[in-house]
Design a protein around this ligand. Structure first.
Ligand code: ADP
Ligand code: MG
Length: 604
């Protein structure tokens, strides 16, 4: 039923409290409830009737059953975060089992410490000592942290027969429980008093204890018949407002439960029996809640609302709080069944996980101060001209760049549209049979041919090409361009003829050379002859006057288009001749020794 952990192994814990100096991160931390067991010494009464002690603290974390053999299924040893034996003083129980959690409240983390156990097991005794120690520590911390300003408030309630009562305002009657969307369950109209100092706090806690319902039972002369919750609210903020406007607020709950009891043992009748029933019912709900929270499937319904106790403790049991439970038990063999129930509860509780976070608050006053500082900072920044100016200049520069890019884009668009319309117009004018022709294409061919001749400067070529490309749709301009091309072509032919003449002379000089050279020369002569026959008609190019006359543009273009073939043929032939000349020159013994003038293609 109850699994025990090996001694010395703290499987249920993660990192502990953040540093006690407020200002740490507000990240939430998942953490299991810190569970300890305190075994009280046998009471005078128990010793008198020679009750046997059935439990032994094997080490600081393990408690072992040492009584006569019992139910075989029952475990013999249980392990918790800490186990305190009968001789352990309450201050040590506080140090080892509650201090760490309690002090979290000083750093803005909600904390709850409660005692659970059967009647007369020592809950009230323990919680009294723990509360006192915690109060001492809180005040010590406040004294040691002068840079922060602390405000301690106290409220206290008891749940008696499922009625919530204000222990600081006993006349206020029954208080209602409300569900606050932000804070969770709250007790309506619960009085909260600001604590002046340590003595004042002690005094107020004393009032709570006086007000608490106690009654005599067979087990305890002053048995607590109600659950008591003393709540300290700890607020703190830095005295000097620097850049940090954080304040912390957290509640620290000291919960002293009424003890679970068996009517047979407490001999309760009448009012005591009724109290016992309520006590047991709320404790049973608490056990159910803890069991459900500790089980694997936590997604199911958790019956917090089944009792006022679990409703009020909801956040402390599974929410934004760090929680420590001190389970108290009597060592007497006669209470072994109740003690095992307590240990079972404790075993479940140690599996419950809480998610505590630092609660930071910003008061209106602090917020206003912070905003004022921020406004002042921004104003100061604006007053520095350099920074403001530089950003303005930067923006202006970017604007200018964008404007230039837009202009460029517009120009490109216009150019594109212009080219398209020119092309379209040309196509229209040329008719369907001229499809595929364009001025640039033609100029490219011309350029290729003329470049081969080497007689034209590249810049001149670019001018021609540009003039052709830029030629408007005016037929006259186009005709001009065509004529220019023809002139250039003729010039090319003249230059080619001159080259042929030079070649003839070279050939004459070497006609008595070797066989290979003779063959090459013969081939060359044939090619030259053929080349000369490419353009039989060597007519003069008629220049066009601005008035315009002569042939129709369409005819001009057709003629030029047909000449493209001639130009291409001529170009091919010239390339052939060039190759033959190169070959010839290479085959000659030493060109520089020849009596004839040197021949270079570049001189053509
Ligand atoms: P509970 O609140 O669990 O019903 P109490 O705290 O009232 O039990 O304790 C019952 C009695 O046992 C009291 O007289 C108390 O002084 C005594 N007692 C409890 N725990 C210890 C302890 N650790 N050492 C000495 N006496 C204790
Ligand atoms: Mg008590």
């Amino acid at each position: 039923m109850v699994a025990s952990r090996p001694p010395g192994v703290l499987t249920s814990k993660i990192e502990r409290t953040p540093s006690l100096t407020p200002g740490g991160s507000s990240r939430s931390k998942e953490e299991k409830i810190f569970v300890t067991v305190r075994v009280r010494p046998l009471s005078k009464k128990e010793l008198a009737v020679k009750y046997q002690s059935a439990w032994e603290c094997a080490n600081s974390q393990t408690i072992t059953y040492k009584g006569p053999p019992q139910d075989r299924a029952a475990p013999t040893s249980y392990t918790f975060d800490k186990v305190f034996g009968p001789s352990c003083q309450t201050n040590l129980v506080y140090e080892g089992g509650a201090k760490d959690v309690a002090m979290s409240a000083l750093t803005g983390i909600n904390a709850t410490i409660f005692a659970y156990g059967q009647t007369s097991s020592g809950k009230t005794y323990t919680m009294r000592g723990v509360t006192e120690s915690a109060v001492s520590d809180i005040y010590r911390h406040m004294e040691n942290t002068p840079e922060r300003e602390f405000v301690i408030k106290i409220s206290a309630m008891e749940i008696y027969n499922e009625i919530v009562k204000d222990l600081l305002q006993p006349d206020s009657g029954s208080l209602r429980l409300l569900d606050d969307p932000e804070k969770g369950p709250i007790v309506e109209k619960l009085d909260e008093q600001i604590v002046r100092d340590r003595e004042h706090l002690r005094h107020l806690i004393g009032i709570c204890e006086e007000q608490r319902q106690v009654g005599e039972t067979a087990l305890n002369d002053t048995s607590s018949r109600s659950h008591q919750i003393i709540r300290l609210t700890v607020e703190s903020r830095l005295r000097e407002v620097s850049g940090c406007v954080k304040s912390f607020v957290a509640s620290l709950n000291f919960v002293d439960l009424a003890g679970s009891e068996r009517a047979a043992q407490t001999h309760a009748i009448g009012a005591r029996l009724k109290e016992g029933c309520h006590i047991n019912r709320s404790l049973l709900t608490l056990t159910k809640v803890i069991r459900k929270l500790s089980s694997e499937k936590r997604s199911g319904h958790i019956p917090y609302r089944d009792s006022k106790l679990t409703r009020i403790l909801q956040l402390s049991l599974c929410g934004n709080a760090r929680t420590a439970i001190i389970c108290t038990m009597s060592p007497a063999l006669t209470h072994v069944e109740q003690s095992r129930n307590t240990l079972f509860f404790a075993t479940c509780a140690k599996e419950v996980t809480n998610t505590a976070k630092v609660n930071m608050v910003i008061s209106d006053k602090q917020l206003v101060k912070h905003l004022q500082t921020e406004v002042a900072r921004l104003e100061a920044e604006l007053r520095i001209p350099d920074r403001a100016g530089s950003s303005e200049i930067l923006i202006m520069e970017k604007d200018e760049k964008i404007r230039q890019m837009e202009i460029k884009m517009e120009e490109l668009k216009k150019e594109r549209d212009n080219a398209c319309s020119q092309l379209e117009e040309l196509r229209k004018k040329m008719g369907d049979n001229q499809q595929g022709w364009n001025s640039f294409d033609s100029s490219q061919k011309a350029r290729k041919c003329l470049t081969f001749s080497g007689s034209l400067q590249p810049s001149k070529m670019i001018k021609i090409r540009n003039s052709i490309r830029q030629s408007s749709t005016a037929p006259l301009t186009l005709k001009h361009e065509i004529r220019k091309l023809e002139q250039l072509q003729q010039q090319l032919e003249v230059e080619a003829n001159r080259a042929i003449e030079v070649l003839h002379k070279q050939v004459e000089c070497h006609k008595h050379g070797n066989q290979g050279v003779a063959e090459t020369i013969a081939k060359l002569q044939a090619e030259i002859r053929e080349m000369q026959s490419v353009r039989p008609e060597n007519r003069d190019v008629e220049m066009i006057t601005d008035e315009g006359n002569g042939s129709d543009l369409k005819d001009e273009i057709s003629r030029l288009h047909m000449q493209d073939n001639d130009i291409a043929k001529l170009e091919a032939k010239l390339e052939n001749v060039q190759r033959s000349i190169d070959k010839l020159v290479m085959s000659l013994p030493n060109v520089s020794q020849l009596s004839c003038p040197p021949f270079t293609t570049g001189s053509l």
